[in-house]
Design a protein around this ligand. Structure first.
Ligand code: PMV
Length: 329
């Protein structure tokens, strides 16, 4: 099935008259149990489930109107049509585009991109929500989640606030591969972002996932690892057990990176400062400080800790940006 065919099953009246404009916000998210590996490259269908926490007011706000030709503004900067950002957006919008229609899209990230947050998840989630508002489709969140996934896998989780579970599903059309919000709120949870490097990654997550799945024998144990971690994380969430949540998240992230090292050529996103920071975290933990690390496909580290420890943790990592994911809860 193509992306356009999936869109057509969810949005039956793509030629409906648009309103004046559509605007929406979507939060960024950090996976505690990672999505790594696709069973379908085209539709971004994952091999395993994943579970994330959304970052409250940190994310992307997007406004869409129809126009003669596509015209994109990102963080107050007009984007050239041949910029990779514009090309990715245009090809995504093609799946929603009635003939002859262009889109003017204005996107603003409140995620501190310099601090190492990925913005593509919140960007695609905000875009499909804005399109839903523009055309008055009134889709359910589950359907918006499926549409956002077509832009970037992890975007399906950014349709929701709080803790979010993305079900891998088994169907070839991806109709059962959507994200769902969990009931749990954890107002005391804090995420500290330590930016290690702003350099362009050596390899994007898409080719890295493909290479890991194909080349790394270690990837064979990844689905079992995710199954175990999901079950432990659900227990940690039910009992607000920070050490358990932290251990699951850290171990899951390290295992994801381990699968990449088993590929050939090997994939390693870490910089020397990533290792040095991990070792500091482990030393502080051995001295009794409850801090845990997670990392995505890049060198930056996110710390997980309790709000009551904020001053102490900030003292050890003054460069850290602290996020309260449930600030509005
Ligand atoms: O959604 P993508 O294609 O940017 O992949 C995201 C992959 C990780 O960030 C490493 C893990 C995750 O679950 O977000």
């Amino acid at each position: 099935m193509t992306k356009a065919e999936v869109v057509a099953t969810i949005v039956p009246h793509l030629d409906a008259a648009p309103g004046a404009s559509g605007e929406a916000f979507a939060p960024a998210n950090v996976a505690l149990i990672k999505y790594w590996g696709k069973r379908d490259d085209l539709l971004n269908l994952p091999v395993t489930d994943s579970l994330s926490v959304s970052l409250g007011r940190l994310g992307t706000t997007t406004r869409v109107t129809t126009a003669d030709v596509d015209d994109f503004t990102l963080n107050d900067r007009h984007m050239p049509a041949d910029d990779p950002f514009s090309l990715r957006l245009t090809s995504f919008l093609d799946h929603f585009r009635p003939a002859q229609v262009g889109f003017r899209v204005t996107t603003t990230n409140t995620v501190p991109t310099a601090a190492g947050f990925a913005s593509s998840a919140s960007a695609f989630a905000a875009l499909v929500k804005a399109l839903d508002n523009l055309y008055g489709w009134q889709l359910e969140k589950r359907q918006l989640s499926i549409l956002a996934r077509l832009g970037s896998g992890s975007a399906c989780r950014s349709v929701y606030d709080g803790f979010v579970h993305w079900h891998a599903g088994t169907s070839t059309d991806g109709s059962d591969s959507y994200a769902q919000q969990l009931d749990t709120t954890w107002p005391g949870l804090r995420i500290g972002v330590i930016a290690i490097s702003k350099e362009q990654k050596s390899i994007g997550s898409r080719p890295a996932m493909r290479a890991t799945r194909k080349e790394s024998i270690l990837y064979r144990s990844w689905p079992d690892k995710v199954r175990q971690d999901l079950s432990s994380l659900k227990t940690a969430l039910a009992t607000f057990d920070l050490p358990m949540l932290g251990q699951v998240a850290e171990s899951n992230a390290l295992s994801m990176h381990a699968t990449m090292l088993g590929a050939w050529p090997p994939i390693l996103y870490w910089q020397p400062a990533t290792v040095a920071t991990l070792q500091r975290i482990w030393r502080l933990r051995s001295e009794g400080l409850q801090i845990y690390a997670t990392m995505d496909a890049g060198p930056n580290i996110k710390l997980l800790f309790d709000a009551q420890q904020t001053d102490i943790v900030s003292g050890h990592f003054p460069e850290m940006t602290v996020v309260a994911p449930f600030a509005n809860a």
